[in-house]
Ligand binder design. Structure first.
Ligand code: MLT
Length: 310
């Protein structure tokens, strides 16, 4: 079992792979060309979100049997290409949900209270609160797009702030909405019309990419706060910037700017936009969970055993 780990995973995960008898190469600084040159030697590849596992890679990966995505989404993996070749793709759908949810809450609070902006002024030895009046969460309405694992955790936590929660998710049953205690909106536009804060928690798919765009922002309440800790582009950045300019959107908190891992998103230029570098899953707890889970799944898949998240 020869396994290439092309992005950092927790030490515990690496130890688990070795304990199970695998030969593990941790190479997290490979250029694309270097990766393509060596991938043919490996039975399994473990990635996070930066390695694009696509046709170009599959063509060189002549021994590849398993791809392990150390995380939730599989949007950087060409699933059809894997299926065509009988390559098993495994991921860890629930191992970092709490961390992603907590970063969402953190960004939401930081955005609504201008915490980074205050911090930057004081670090510059300037004691000045002017122009940075915040917004309370109490009695505000939050619109959650995507009421899966992370969206539900966010809903549960935001209720304790005294917020009204509405959600849009055509794939979730009515009973789940009731269980989480969230009002269902049948149409995305209906959610956009009522919410003070919008937070998105969908996977990135052809259907969700750009789903919050010009038309949706056009019906939003003026002064909307937008949070995106899901994937770049679910909220269209061009439309978002336009809405910032026209003040339809007052504040943005975003963990997933377009262009990652390069810091090139034009959103970085705006003072009322807070940006983090796809850090939703970056806690010790989440990374330990993800590392151990993905190691176990990759080993099981290589051994031909049943794998829960294949
Ligand atoms: C995820 O899909 O769970 C995250 O993108 C994981 C990561 O940060 O690599």
């Amino acid at each position: 079992m020869k396994i290439l780990v092309s992005e950092p995973i927790a030490e515990k995960g690496l130890e688990k792979l070795v304990q199970e008898g695998a030969t593990v190469d941790l190479k997290t600084s490979l250029t694309r060309q270097e990766l393509l040159k060596i991938i043919g030697e490996y039975d399994a590849l473990i990635v996070r979100s930066n390695t694009k596992v696509n046709e170009e890679l599959y063509q060189k990966a002549t021994q590849l049997k398993v791809v392990g995505r150390a995380g939730n989404g599989v949007d950087n993996i060409d699933m059809d290409g894997a299926t065509k070749r009988g390559i098993i793709v495994v991921n860890t759908p629930d191992s970092n949900s709490v961390s992603a949810c907590e970063l969402t809450i953190g960004l939401l609070l930081a955005t609504c209270r201008n915490i980074p902006q205050h911090h930057i002024r004081l670090k510059g030895k300037v004691w000045d609160r002017s122009g940075l009046k915040g917004m309370e969460l109490l009695d505000k309405t939050v619109g959650i797009v995507g009421l899966g694992r992370i969206g539900s955790l966010v809903a549960t936590r935001l209720k304790s702030f005294g917020m009204k929660i509405v959600a849009y998710d055509p794939y979730i049953s009515d009973s789940r909405f009731q269980h989480v205690g969230v009002e269902k909106k049948e149409k995305l536009e209906d959610l956009m019309r009522v919410c003070d804060i919008l937070t998105v928690h969908t996977p990135k798919t052809e259907e969700t990419y750009g789903m919050i765009g010009k038309e949706q922002l056009a019906v939003a309440k003026k002064g909307l706060t937008v949070i995106n800790c899901a994937r770049a582009g679910i909220v269209n950045e061009v439309a978002l910037i336009e809405a910032l300019k026209t003040k339809i959107v007052a504040r943005v908190g975003i963990d997933v700017p377009e262009g990652e891992p390069e810091p090139i998103s034009p959103l970085l230029e705006y003072d009322n936009v807070i940006v983090t570098p796809h850090a939703g899953a970056d806690t010790k707890e989440a990374q330990d969970n993800v590392g151990v889970t993905i190691a176990q799944e990759v080993i099981s898949a290589l051994r031909g055993e049943m794998v829960p998240n294949a």
